[in-house]
Every structure is written in structure tokens, then in C-alpha cells.
Design a binder for this molecule. Structure first.
Ligand code: GDP
Length: 434
């Protein structure tokens, strides 16, 4: 997993840089689920390379006296878990004691560290930022995360650490499922219930470095690899930063998987952290399903399930075509249903719709509901093809692709979902010039 962690003391501009790298302000405006999301991690892309940016500042809570300790801990965790660390400092204040302390920790790390001098908004500041060479951490990158200047050069360097994205050399062609969710929702209990005592742990797969353990499951006609993060507890001191740690593990499990099983505790419902994970899965084009666990602890009548489902779908909009299953791991209710559904999602994610069937159905849909003409120009779709890839992508060849607007794309997506089962799978639609 390619994880870029932004560390630094408060107010240097970490979250502004985070927003710039991930463009999450745009995402928040787009969000019509009505939930304010405190996003501390998000997928980003630069020159075709994908990575996840983590704003460590977002995980520091509490009063001032525990603040510095918490920041130190974030730095330790970033050193352990991230692939690249951006150490952010503020040119307008210069080096503070806490900056020096953080630099000390980072100098001992073997991970690539970039010193990022923020708020370099005019030429004079460029000279001032030279003082940050005193950290002994190499090159200082001058940026203004408000205007975006300098971030391009920085990103060029950062992504040079990430391997070229290659067509997955699939060492074992098995579906990879990851159970993710907040602490205590029941992830380990589900893993244990599924695997029983026969934990056949696939640890050593030649030629690859692994961030997580893959467990080979092969029972009742279903065979897959379960990405296990629960089993990987931190070796070093476990303490208050469980959230940050579990987020890092979640990102890695998610990136390594084909299908993400997002587990919730029925007593808490779906919260902003869950929605963040859900969107991360969607953005990464992973299959996804939701499991509402501890259903045994909920007082129910005939409407309860439906109401729960509706509330969840409202909050994950607009991508709502995902399975939702209600389980009790302790009562062994519907736990195999989870496996079956996850395998269905995998099948949906990997299936190829025959071109003739695709054209028969979708050209008729388009004929009945053509895209609106613009300035008297009619848009004619000639044919449709599914593009090979790790998740479903469709190209619609037409005369004026630039005239196709988002509402029509959404309409087409809904029709594809209606006619061909893509439950649990993000799909991409492109209109292209013939
Ligand atoms: P994890 O942190 O997500 O791996 O959660 P665990 O599997 O450790 O479970 C946390 C707690 O919730 C444990 O005490 C479990 O026994 C309990 N638990 C898990 N699933 C259920 C369930 O379906 N119903 C109830 N009542 N408790 C559950």
C-alpha cells in the first residue's frame, strides 16, 4: 500500500495540504448524504500513481498537555506504517522546539522523509525557509498549500517511491476479502467463526512484501483469501492512538482486497468513520458490502430491518447498490450468508457482459431515452463495449461525447445496474468519440 503521512505540529497547514492533495473540499460539497465527514485519509493520484494521504493531525484529540505526547506518537506510527512521510513546518514561525523533536524522531527513521516548508507565498520566504536545512533531513520543499505552488515538484518526488502500476501478477487467482470496521464491531469474532480451528495461514508468498496476513479459506464450496488485520497487533507499545493505527491497517487491507466487508455495530449504526471507509473502498474501485453485526442485541419489530437499511443507504448515497446483511456472530446468524454475498460481489466485479447482449439492451434503453440534444445537436450512441480491467468499465462510443452530462451518466449507470447485476460494485462509464 502506498501511504503518505503528513506529520507536523498543529497549525502548520497539514489539513490544507491534505485537502489540496485529495481535493476533498470538492468531495464534501458533492456529498449529499448530509453527514459532515471529518476526513483524515483519502485517496489521491499523481501522474497516474495512486496513493492514500493521511493527515495525522486529524487524529490528535484532547487537551494541550497531552497534545505533544500525542503528536510524538503519531510520528512513531507514521514511521512504522507509512511509505513516505511529509514533515510539514511553517516558514512564518520558523523552527520551534516541537519541530526539532519531531525532526529527531524522523532522522532515526529509514522511511523517506520530505521536509515541506509551508506558507512560502512570496520570494522573501524562500530565503527564510533555508533554515529548515538545519534539521539534517535533506532537501526542503517550499510550498504554499493555499495556492498550491510547489506541490507538483513535491509530488513528483513522492510518487517516485511507488512502483509502476502493473497488471496484477496474480500469484493465487483467488478472491481477496477484507473484513474492516471500527474496533469492537466483531471482526475477529467473525474471522474466528468462519475459520474455526483450521487457520491455514498463508504468510509467505514469494516475491511480494505483504502488509497483511492472508488466510486461505476453503469450505462449503467457497474458496478465497481473507485479509486479516485483526491478527496483526502492534509489536511496540499499544496506546491511545488506536484509531490512527486501525485506520492505517484498514487502508492497507482495503487496498490489498477485491471485496471489502464493512462491519458495523448495530448499536452504533453507520458513523462518519464508516462512511469514510466506504468511500475509500468505492474510490479504490473495490467491491463492497455492509454487515450490521450484533443484531441479536437490538429490539426488533417487523419494520426494524427495513428502517436500518434505509438509514444506511441514505448515508452512503449516491452509491447505494450494495448488499446489507444483518448478522449475529455470537448467535451464528447469517455468517455464511456474508461469505456467499461477498463471493457474489466478487463475481459481479469480475464478470464480463457479452458485447452483443450489452448492445442489444443498452442501445434500446438509449433509443427510448436519448441524451438531451444540445444547441440543436443530437447525440448518437453507436455502440458500447466493456473495457477489460479490475472493475467494470464501459465505453459508449458516440459522436459528441463532450455533450453528455452527469445526470445522463447516472441514468445510464442505473440502467446498467437494473439489467445486469452489479450489486456491490462501483462501475465506471465513459463516453468516447467513435
Ligand atoms: P473486533 O475488534 O472488530 O475484532 O471485535 P471483536 O470480534 O473482538 O468483538 C468485540 C466484542 O463484541 C466481543 O466481546 C465479542 O464477543 C462481541 N461480539 C461480536 N459479535 C457479536 C454479536 O453478534 N453479538 C453480540 N452480542 N456481541 C458480539
Amino acid at each position: 500500500a502506498n501511504i503518505v503521512a503528513i506529520v507536523g505540529r498543529p497549525n502548520v497547514g497539514k489539513s490544507t495540504l491534505f485537502n489540496r492533495l485529495t481535493e476533498s473540499r470538492k468531495a464534501i460539497v458533492d456529498d449529499f448524504s448530509g453527514v459532515t465527514r471529518d476526513r483524515h485519509y483519502e485517496m489521491a493520484e499523481w501522474i497516474g500513481k495512486k496513493f492514500t494521504v493521511v493527515d495525522t493531525g486529524g487524529f490528535v484529540h484532547g487537551s494541550d498537555d497531552i497534545f505533544e505526547e500525542a503528536i510524538r506518537e503519531q510520528v512513531h506510527l507514521a514511521i512504522e506504517e507509512a511509505s513516505v512521510i511529509l514533515f510539514m513546518v511553517d516558514v512564518t514561525t520558523g523552527i520551534t522546539d516541537l519541530d526539532d523533536e519531531i525532526a529527531d524522531l524522523l532522522r532515526r527513521s529509514s522511511k523517506p522523509v520530505y521536509v515541506v516548508a509551508n506558507k512560502v507565498d512570496h520570494a522573501r520566504r524562500t530565503h527564510e525557509s533555508a533554515e529548515f536545512y538545519a534539521f539534517g533531513l535533506g532537501e526542503v520543499y517550499n510550498i504554499s498549500s493555499v495556492t498550491g505552488s510547489g506541490t507538483g515538484e513535491l509530488l513528483d518526488e513522492v510518487v517516485s517511491h511507488f512502483p509502476e502500476e502493473k497488471e496484477e501478477e496474480e500469484e493465487i487467482p483467488l478472491p481477496k476479502l477484507a473484513i474492516v470496521g471500527r474496533p469492537n464491531v466483531g471482526k475477529s469474532s467473525l474471522t474466528n467463526a468462519l475459520l474455526g480451528k483450521d487457520r491455514n495461514i498463508v504468510t509467505d508468498i514469494a516475491g511480494t512484501t505483504r502488509d497483511s496476513i492472508r488466510i486461505h479459506y476453503n469450505q462449503f464450496g467457497n474458496e478465497f483469501l481473507l485479509i486479516d488485520t485483526a491478527g496483526l497487533r502492534r509489536k511496540s507499545k499499544v496506546n491511545e492512538d488506536i484509531e490512527f493505527y486501525s485506520v492505517m491497517r484498514t487502508i492497507k487491507a482495503l487496498e490489498d482486497s477485491d471485496v471489502v466487508i464493512l462491519m458495523l455495530d448495530a448499536n452504533d449504526g453507520i458513523e462518519s468513520q464508516d462512511i469514510n471507509i466506504f468511500h475509500l473502498a468505492e474510490k479504490n474501485k473495490k467491491g463492497v458490502m455492509i454487515v450490521v453485526n450484533k443484531w441479536d442485541t437490538i429490539e426488533k419489530d417487523h419494520k426494524t430491518t427495513k428502517e436500518f437499511e434505509t438509514r444506511i443507504r441514505e448515508k452512503i448515497a449516491p452509491f447505494t447498490d450494495v448488499p446489507i446483511i444483518f448478522t449475529s456472530v455470537t448467535e451464528k446468524q447469517r455468517i455464511y450468508k456474508v461469505v456467499e454475498k461477498a463471493m457474489e460481489v466478487y463475481a459481479n466485479k469480475t464478470k464480463k457482459i457479452p458485447t452483443s447482449k450489452l448492445n442489444d439492451i443498452m442501445l434500446e434503453v438509449i433509443q427510448n431515452y436519448p441524451p438531451p440534444a444540445i444547441k440543436g445537436k443530437y447525440i448518437k450512441v453507436k455502440y458500447i463495449t466493456q473495457i477489460a480491467g479490475r472493475s467494470p468499465m464501459f465505453a459508449f462510443f458516440c459522436n459528441l461525447p463532450q455533450y453528455i452530462k452527469d445526470p445522463y451518466k447516472r441514468f445510464i449507470e442505473n440502467k446498467l445496474r437494473e439489467h445486469f447485476d452489479f450489486n456491490g460494485v462501483p462501475i465506471q462509464i465513459f463516453f468516447r468519440q467513435k
